[in-house]
Design a protein around this ligand. Structure first.
Ligand SMILES: [Cu+2]
Length: 444
């Protein structure tokens, strides 16, 4: 099984690497002028950036593409306060009203999921997200609001089958194992304010209930290389499970391509009640350095100390460290390439240090097709009883989706993916395979 996975994985990475090389000479398109309304125009010179910063102060609402968090383009913003490459496409319908810039985006996946072997299960479910954003100039800076909702709670408390995935609980008593937990109805309700500090620096404040602290790469559903896949990563609780945190405040300082930020947040993971707002002391901390050296890359290093994340092990804390690189390159007529490479370490306190690796790649040869892959390796200690011995497990998924435009802003997609797994025989997975078939409605 290991060699089968390794071979398939090498093949998939070679395909993505080859397309990266082929596309490299193709320059990202069109960066003339100050065409701020072009959503796909991601290249930006320093002069344009400076002009934009000035514009943002003098023209207010007529500069829609400025990030609410600093003097850079909005395309760079991903979930919470995380950064993706400036060359990432930005989905959404945009409206200007009374000084406000409003943006909306929605995505729903109707999924049939079949995870094989003795530990597998199958299920049909609805997943996705609805996102709204608003921003306006205020007192020499920018005020921003973000709301993100998930239909996940409707799939039921036990989430959906996903071999090798663990984390959170269905009922407050039984840990979810070989399943992905449903996300909360309110994934993000956040407000932010940013303003220039002088010398090219911008300061920002972000508060969410819930929101995302300054840790890790953008949450998986916001990473370009992952967003066309309806399945969660099995490394979710290493890299990005903090994306729904009930209580977070983040302060950041950015300058052109750099940002340094720190968060105070509530460490406890969301509980089994997926429709509520939870509160509590901000007992945990996180810090992150982000660097977008070119429009095509977003790099970050981050660290967090999480107080009592798991309801079932209230005496246990965690520290997590993560490094990630995101790549994005648009090409040709609506095509794009994107990739994520990430590493994380979870230190159980007290307990083991568990490492995780993740690669994601997506190739869009034209506006209709997207081919995507994800390969993961993680040291898991929750597959044989809670915090049992750690076992190294691997998963590879490859899939594709074909989108049919229904209008300028609405697309219907038909997709499928297949997964292979590698786990020690003692865990009793018995060489399973898994897969999902899905229909996606995308608005904006
Ligand atoms: Cu999640």
């Amino acid at each position: 099984m290991t060699t089968k996975i390794t071979r398939a994985w090498l093949l998939a990475s070679a395909a993505v690497a080859a397309s990266l090389c082929l596309a490299a000479p193709a320059q990202a398109q069109d960066h003339a002028g100050h065409d701020m309304d072009r959503m796909s125009d991601a290249q930006m010179t320093d002069a344009e950036m400076a002009t934009m910063a000035v514009d943002a102060e003098t023209m207010g609402a007529s500069t829609p593409m400025r990030s609410p968090l600093g003097a850079y383009r909005m395309q760079r913003d991903a979930s919470g306060t995380s950064w993706q490459p400036d060359a990432s496409p930005m989905d959404g319908v945009m409206v200007h009203k009374g000084g406000w810039m409003l943006m909306g985006h929605a995505l729903f996946n109707g999924v049939y999921d079949d995870q094989g072997g003795p530990r597998g299960d199958d299920k049909a479910f609805l997943a996705g997200m609805v996102m709204g954003m608003a921003q306006r100039p205020l007192g020499g800076g920018t005020l921003g609001f973000k709301a993100m909702l998930s239909p996940d709670p409707f799939m039921g408390k036990s989430g959906y089958p996903l071999l090798l995935a663990t984390g959170e609980t269905a009922d407050g008593q039984t840990p979810l194992v070989d399943r992905q937990h449903p996300h909360d109805l309110f994934m993000e309700l956040a407000a932010s304010y940013s303003r220039p500090l002088g010398g090219g620096f911008d300061g920002s404040l972000y508060a969410g209930l819930p929101g995302e602290p300054a840790f890790g790469p953008p949450a998986f559903m916001h990473r370009q290389a992952a967003m066309d896949s309806p399945e969660a990563p099995i490394t979710h609780h290493w890299f990005d499970s903090t994306h729904i945190t009930f209580g977070v405040v983040t302060a950041g300082v950015s300058r052109q391509t750099w940002k340094v930020e720190a968060s105070a947040f509530r460490g406890r993971e969301p509980d089994q009640n997926r429709y509520d707002i939870e509160t509590g002391r901000l007992d945990s901390v996180a810090t992150r350095v982000s660097w977008n050296p070119t429009p095509n890359w977003a790099l970050q290093a981050s660290w967090t100390r999480i107080n009592s994340p798991e309801a079932l092990e209230p005496g246990d804390d965690e520290a997590r460290t993560s490094l990630s690189a995101l790549y994005a390159r648009p090409f040709g007529n609506g095509g794009s390439l994107s990739a994520t490479l990430a590493w994380a370490r979870k230190d159980r306190i007290p307990g083991d240090a568990l490492q995780a690796w993740l690669f994601e790649g997506a190739v869009k040869p034209d506006p209709h097709w997207t081919v995507f892959t994800r390969a993961e390796q993680v040291e898991q200690d929750e597959l044989a009883g809670h915090h049992g011995g750690a076992a190294t497990v691997r998963k590879l998924s490859v899939g594709a989706i074909y989108d049919v435009p229904l209008s300028d802003t609405v697309k219907l997609g038909f997709g499928g993916l297949a997964s292979a797994f590698d786990a020690p025989a003692a865990l009793g997975y018995d060489d399973p395979t898994g897969g999902m078939a899905f229909v996606r409605l995308k608005i904006g």
